[in-house]
Write a protein that binds this ligand. Sequence first.
Ligand code: SF4
Length: 149
Amino acid sequence: MSSAKKKVIISACILGEYCRYDGKTKEIPTVMKAFEGWEVIPFCPEAPLFGTPRERIDVVLVDGQKHILTHEGKKDVTELLRKEIESFCKAHPKADAIVLKSKSPSCGYGTTPLLDEKGKEIAKDNGIAADIFLKNYPDTPIKSENDYL
Ligand code: SF4
């Protein structure tokens, strides 16, 4: 019999993976509980690219465009992340739900600090993965872990 399980993409740190920039996890058991019986697809674009622990990254508005820059070195890693996330979307073309870690420069959905070039917060916005997911999964609801607390 073929499995007809619904699929949910979840930020891997919410699932208990130690993939955060500081080497820690942000496990939220209530999220896992909410999706019991679903096929869970863990997602973390930063750890495979930059390792764990790693330098923090920020979403910075440069010439009217959002860029992802490393916190200290100001290295632009936007394209690296974009390719990693697009390749994840190709590998997983269908999802029935998405749960993303709030405030993250990759995963945050409407909760991520958007900085100006001096490092001042000018708005709350989406991380780069949330922006790409909105385009690639237009019919899939996106939530944050806070919706399950
Ligand atoms: S918030 Fe996203 S990018 Fe950051 S550690 Fe969690 S899954 Fe990885």
